[in-house]
Write a protein that binds this ligand. Structure first.
Ligand SMILES: Cc1cc2nc3c(=O)[nH]c(=O)nc-3n(C[C@H](O)[C@H](O)[C@H](O)COP(=O)(O)OP(=O)(O)OC[C@H]3O[C@@H](n4cnc5c(N)ncnc54)[C@H](O)[C@@H]3O)c2cc1C
Length: 538
């Protein structure tokens, strides 16, 4: 590498919740912060309402592994830009989960009550709003009515959405062009930039090694990627930093660290192991419209486009009845109404065993206006393991938005039983009084998740956790992991609020450690980030 090497106090890899939060806290405390982000930088008005390839596929990756497929964001703001904004705290029992040896999985200091102040902070900052039944779309009402009919409670889900600004367009997957979804683009990232942080899009970090410049600890090598084809690199460089925060998401962070292992040495054995898809289990109900009317007392308003099915927010209602710590492990899950875009209409099975084609499938897709999709978030066994890293990046890109990972996921019998239990619970609710028919979502061999976690997790036990409870990578002072990969287990709810709360907690400890790591910062509390709008430099 020729010329002087660029330096910074803090280098943050990835700009989702796990990266944006430490970037803001450290910049606000006075550190010089650079954020390298693999994906492009889009502003609110640039998000499209279009399913054409090359529109939303620019900012989403569909990553196929052996046994699991994952959807994740690829842009400034990370998956918070494309997510459905369901914002829930994980229940108490999650933090108390034990492994098969009977040992606590989460660090003893990270309990629900210990995390509550950090949840408070994130909820105020995003901010999170509690939907009322008036905010919940029709499918959310159908799920709630079916739950009540089967003797269960069901509630509107809190969302990180400005409800007054939301147009209920149901295009959240494409990024919100109304600035209503409270992604990182509207809070932590603009606040970080206001405190001098610099965001560099289309910069994919490849490896971390030891710095050569005195006073700096790590050297981060990146490739710049072509905006039109992410498989093409048009340059690269190196930045040395005193502190590195790895927040490339649970599908990329372990791969980046594995590739860095020959340079860093002494990589904890838990890096790239214990991956969890958050126990995600999607299934579907085909509703009988006559029974929905006669039994549940609901009616679609005539004349509403698409019979009102795809209008609204993707996540409306959820029953918390099965999130009861007194229930047996494996029988605790959140059951949530969720909307999947029409592009996924091929996935539900028309006949037991799954069927891609044929009259039954055609008949099923004909009735898609009467579909109700349910997401169960269960307790899984952290069964995923990453193989050797590919030559560059986190996975092999076949095309924009289509990629293959080395991740292998083979659920244990305990996880399969948990899914069977959640399936049975959904079926009982849906099929009570014949209001609907419960169908699997198994037309692909792989399990599906939008909630990758745990591939570089925190914990007290060095054998089963890559990071200390402070989020520092074991044996590597100044190198922190603050994204979804640091979350120890599946959460039984959507994970982003917990990832953000943990990132706030970790940021506090990184700011406190910064002096010892050679970065001069103000260790007092930094102000709340407030609201802003992230503008790309021209
Ligand atoms: C379609 C969808 C819907 C979702 N809905 C919800 C929901 O309703 N509620 C909820 O709680 N959660 C939801 N999630 C999940 C939630 O968005 C994620 O859990 C959360 O954003 C993860 O935060 P993170 O910081 O770990 O990773 P991410 O937000 O994924 O950020 C990681 C960032 O790192 C970048 N990156 C990767 N590799 C590199 C590299 N080598 N160099 C530089 N940058 C890199 C990526 O491009 C990405 O921007 C959803 C996710 C998806 C995809």
């Amino acid at each position: 590498m020729s010329g002087p090497i660029e330096t910074t106090d803090v280098l943050v890899i990835g700009s989702g919740p796990g990266g944006a939060i430490p970037a803001y806290r450290l910049a606000a405390a006075g550190a010089k912060v650079v954020i390298l982000e693999r994906g492009p930088w889009l502003e609110t008005r640039e998000f499209t309402h279009d399913l054409r390839i090359d529109t939303y596929t620019r900012i989403i990756d569909y990553i196929t592994g052996n046994g699991v497929s994952v959807v994740a964001g690829n842009c400034v703001g990370g998956s918070s830009v494309v997510y459905f904004a369901g914002a829930l705290r994980a229940p108490t029992f999650v933090f108390d989960r034990r492994d098969t040896a009977g040992d606590r999985i989460w660090p003893k200091d990270v309990t629900r009550s210990a995390l509550d102040p950090w949840y408070d902070l994130v909820e105020e900052t995003l901010p999170v709003a509690q939907q009322t039944w008036d905010d919940v779309p029709y499918p959310g009402g159908v799920w709630a009515a079916a739950c009540h009919n089967a003797g269960h409670t069901c509630n509107p889900v809190p969302v990180a959405v400005d409800l007054a600004e939301c147009t209920n367009c149901n295009w959240m997957l494409n990024g919100c062009r109304f600035g209503a979804k409270r992604s990182m683009l509207l809070n932590y990232l603009p606040a970080a930039v206001a405190h001098g942080a610099e965001i560099r899009p289309l910069h994919e970090v490849q490896s971390i090694s030891r710095a050569l410049t005195t006073g700096y600890r790590y050297a981060v090598d990146y490739m710049t990627v072509d905006e039109g084809d992410y498989r093409v690199s048009d340059g690269g460089g190196r930045i040395e930093a005193k502190i590195v925060v790895v927040a490339a998401g649970a599908m990329a962070t372990p791969v980046l660290l594995q590739r860095s292992s020959p340079f860093l040495g002494n990589l904890p054995s838990a890096v790239g192991r214990y991956f969890s898809p958050n126990g995600d289990r999607v299934s579907m109900a085909l509703m009988d419209e006559r029974k929905v009317h006669s039994v549940l007392g609901l009616e679609r308003k005539p004349g509403v486009a698409y019979d009102a099915f795809p209008i609204g927010k993707p996540i409306g209602s959820m029953t918390y009845d099965f999130l009861d710590g007194a229930r047996r492990a494996g029988e605790r899950y959140g059951l949530q109404q969720i909307y999947f875009p029409t592009i996924t209409n091929i996935l539900p099975e028309a006949t037991p065993g799954g069927d891609w084609f044929g009259p039954a499938k055609k008949h099923l897709t004909d009735r898609w206006r009467s579909w109700l999709t349910i997401l169960a978030m269960c307790e899984d066994g952290n069964e995923g393991t990453f193989g050797s890293p590919p030559p560059t990046g986190a996975f092999i890109r076949a095309d924009s938005a289509a990629a293959v990972t080395t991740l292998s996921y083979q659920p244990t019998n305990a996880t399969l039983r948990a899914w069977a239990s959640s399936d049975a619970a959904v079926k009982k609710i849906i099929e009570k009084d014949g209001v609907g028919e419960h169908l699997g979502w198994t037309a692909t061999r792989n399990y599906l998740s939008a909630h990758p976690l745990s591939s570089c997790r925190i914990g007290d036990d060095a054998a089963t956790s890559a990071c200390e409870p402070s989020h520092q990578l074991r044996g590597h002072p100044g190198l922190y992991v603050t994204d979804g990969s640091s979350v120890p287990t599946s959460l039984c709810v959507n994970p982003s609020l917990t990832i953000a709360a943990l990132a706030e907690r970790a940021s506090r400890s990184i700011v406190k450690q910064a002096g010892a790591l050679g970065v001069r910062v103000n260790t007092g509390q930094t102000p709340p980030p407030g609201s802003g709008s992230l503008r790309r430099p021209r």
